[in-house]
Design a protein around this ligand. Structure first.
Ligand code: GLA
Ligand code: ZN
Length: 686
């Protein structure tokens, strides 16, 4: 039996709770007392406390007021509720900005911001770092022995960038360390173009709207530096916590596929991964398409630490207020979307926010406790119901999944690819990854979402949509993967540039050419109204038939060692290969030369799934809009069946027998799922 340990042994249950801001209610002790009663009523066992409480903790420089937090922590203890205690660096007191303006961020246009808002401090400023070190140390010293201290919630949603002189100097230093010589940097950035050659390190500036924008190597290295500097700041934040409370796990809350930070670089320094999920349910897109995108991000978060359960640190119990429309979650969606996180490996379901604030910008954001102040609301009842269900899922804690399939979603690749001028302005990288992923979601096949630095050997099928940048060694590793019996799927716009965003010379797809057995001579960008078709060849190896619509991209390739399965129907390249397979060693590598409609992706992957006999969470045909996801400890399997439609759905068990873990009853034959219904099935591990 293999299980990951609970996030903290102190609480070996699934966590259920919310961001809690008692610092906004210090003038209302009656409300604070009521909060604790309501937390129990909502079946909560954890709160994230003090995320933006710096002004309440240090109202004047060097004057600390912990009495209120002592009381909150003690009260939580009395009610057996744990705390993820936050470091408050996400927003700072006004005195700090006034006294030390260097902590204020400088925007790309080189304007220093005024005090206000949040998530906007300089990551380099020695003063800010020192102030953060002091307050973090005080918090750790004071609460190190507190029984409710479950984990550290570091800052909040790190993001953005600072272009101040301190950051420029740090950037230059980082570049010097990386390149050693200006000559090496000039070559890597191809600065001979437009005479942009640097002759002194001091000439280098971060990208700016009124300065340099078109040196792609610079843009890329700046993004890398921003990740580096943010991580460095994070490491600085956790240093005193790790010294004083080495056994308390640390995390920081990520923002899904936020483009500004390469989250892979953080993974090693987190004890548990956490993320904030705010999908737009009930939008024009169908809910199940939205659900598949959210699933992708859950899988990414689980993959960051090789399958270790993560935390859903924030989600809304009802609606968001920063979206163009504040749509309410329809009845049932809250339980469904919460259990969706658990289905993909979350050991915590938490919300923003516990109690609605009375003023300022988030006063209309969804919360467990509304302005009315009592528990007799639909939202409160649905939250309490989630808590009720989570309580019955103790056996699920620490379980995970070992997918046979992985999809490569790589931040550096995305940065380079989206910066590239060419092909089409909107490259649709994320959307393309989602579309490939969806074919597996619909069949209930677990998928890891990895980057190109991850080990490939634990998978049987690797999907690399638009692998534009191929870092050193990756082409070789993918070739080895296929030679050893793996199946690889690569699409158009792959193998174009190296780690510096310099084009591969000698024929695309560069280091992937051998394993794919093709040469890409030209690539055609299609206007939005243009289309082409892929016609499947008779008796092709996959047995795919008919024609499929193509939009946006047609790569014009030549076969080298590959064989064509389908060809273009239209245009001057009619008859040329559009879908190929290359047998290399023990495995196969497919190349999708064009961006094909979903019907193609579903059919194509269905054939691969059958051919490779990839394991489904539930070996059955799932109705549209329903998925099955698996968590297992090797002895018992937990299959989450999730219906993201507004219709009743029936799932055939193909003669199998399972136990409904929540209802505690045995089911034979088939499982019924009401609209937005979810069932958690237990069976002996397959
Ligand atoms: C983010 C923040 C929270 C809150 C929510 C609102 O996730 O971390 O503090 O502002 O958004 O959706
Ligand atoms: Zn700065």
């Amino acid at each position: 039996m293999t299980k990951f340990p609970p996030i903290n042994d102190k609480c070996p249950h699934l966590l259920h709770g919310a961001d809690y801001n008692p610092d906004q209610w210090l003038h209302r002790p009656d409300i604070l007392a009521e909060d604790l009663r309501l937390m129990k009523a909502a079946n909560c066992n954890v709160m994230s406390v003090g995320i933006f409480a710096w002004a309440a903790l240090e109202p004047e420089e060097g004057k600390f007021t912990f009495a209120w937090l002592d009381q909150v922590m003690d009260q939580l203890a009395k009610h057996q509720i744990y705390a993820f205690l936050a470091t408050p660096s996400g927003a700072r007191p006004a005195w700090l900005s006034r006294k030390y303006p260097e902590v204020l961020r400088v925007e790309a246009d080189r304007k220093r911001i005024l005090h206000g808002n949040r998530h906007n401090h300089c990551y380099t400023s020695p003063v800010y770092r020192e102030k953060v070190r002091v307050i973090n140390t005080k918090l750790a010293e004071r609460y190190q022995e507190h029984p409710v201290l479950l984990g550290w919630h570091i800052s909040n949603e790190y993001g953005g960038e600072c272009h101040c002189e301190l950051c420029q100097a740090a950037f230059r230093k980082w570049l010097q360390k990386k390149y050693q010589t200006l000559e090496a940097l000039n070559h890597a950035w191809w600065t001979a173009f437009w005479s942009h050659t640097y002759t002194d390190w001091s000439e280098i500036e971060s990208p700016a709207p009124h300065g340099e924008q078109f040196v792609h190597g610079l843009n890329l290295d700046w993004k890398r530096f921003v990740t580096h500097q943010t991580l460095d700041f994070y490491q600085h934040e956790i240093a005193p916590l790790k010294a004083i409370t080495p056994a308390i796990p640390v995390t920081t809350n990520f923002m899904g596929t936020y483009p500004g930070l390469d989250y892979w670089k953080f993974a090693n320094d987190l004890d548990v991964v956490a993320w904030d999920s705010y999908p737009r349910w009930h939008e024009a897109k169908t809910d199940w398409q939205t659900a598949a995108e959210v699933a992708f991000v859950h899988d990414l978060n689980r993959s960051l630490k090789q399958g270790k359960p993560f935390m859903l640190m924030e989600s809304t119990p009802s609606m968001t207020n920063w979206t163009p429309v504040s749509k309410l979650k329809r009845p049932g969606m809250h339980l469904l979307s919460s259990l969706q996180a658990v289905a993909h490996g979350a050991d915590a379901v938490q919300y923003f926010q516990w109690r609605k604030s009375r003023g300022a910008t988030e006063k209309f954001h969804g919360a467990v406790v509304d302005h009315v102040g009592h528990e007799k609301t639909r939202v409160f009842r649905e939250v309490a119901e989630v808590g009720e269900v989570l309580k019955r899922l103790d056996p699920v804690v620490g379980t995970s999944v070992k997918p046979e399939v992985a999809l490569l979603f790589d931040w550096e690749n995305r940065w380079a690819l989206e910066d590239a001028q060419g092909l089409k302005r909107n490259k649709k990288y994320e959307e393309t990854c989602y579309r490939h992923y969806r074919s597996f979601w619909s069949c209930g096949i677990p998928v890891d979402v990895i980057n190109q630095d991850c080990a490939f050997s634990r998978y049987r099928l690797l999907i690399a949509p638009m692998l534009y940048m191929v870092r050193p060694g990756v082409g070789e590793r993918l070739t080895e993967f296929v030679a050893g019996g793996g199946t690889l799927v690569v699409t158009y716009w792959s193998g174009i540039v190296d780690q510096h965003d310099l084009c591969f010379l000698g024929g695309f797809p560069g280091p992937l050419r051998k394993v794919l057995g093709i040469w890409s001579e030209e690539i055609d960008g299609l206007y939005d109204d243009d289309e082409n078709y892929v016609t499947m060849l008779d008796r092709n190896a996959l047995g795919l038939e008919g024609e499929y619509r193509v939009k946006d991209v047609c790569d014009l390739i030549h076969l080298e060692t590959a064989e064509a399965l389908g060809v273009y129907r239209e245009d001057f390249y009619a008859g040329r290969p559009a879908l190929t397979v290359n047998r290399h060693g023990q495995g196969e590598a497919y190349y999708l030369a064009s961006r094909n409609e979903d019907r193609f992706l579903n059919g194509f992957y269905r054939r691969l799934i059958d051919k490779m006999q990839l394991r489904q969470a539930l070996p059955t045909e799932l109705p549209v809009g329903v998925t099955a996801q698996l968590r297992t400890d090797g002895c018992q399997d937990y299959v989450f069946l999730l219906n993201f439609t507004t219709e009743n759905k029936v799932v055939d068990l193909n003669g199998g027998e399972v136990k409904d873990l929540v209802a505690d009853q045995v089911i034979r034959g088939h499982v019924e799922l009401p609209p937005y219904g979810v069932r958690i099935l237990e069976r002996s591990a397959l």
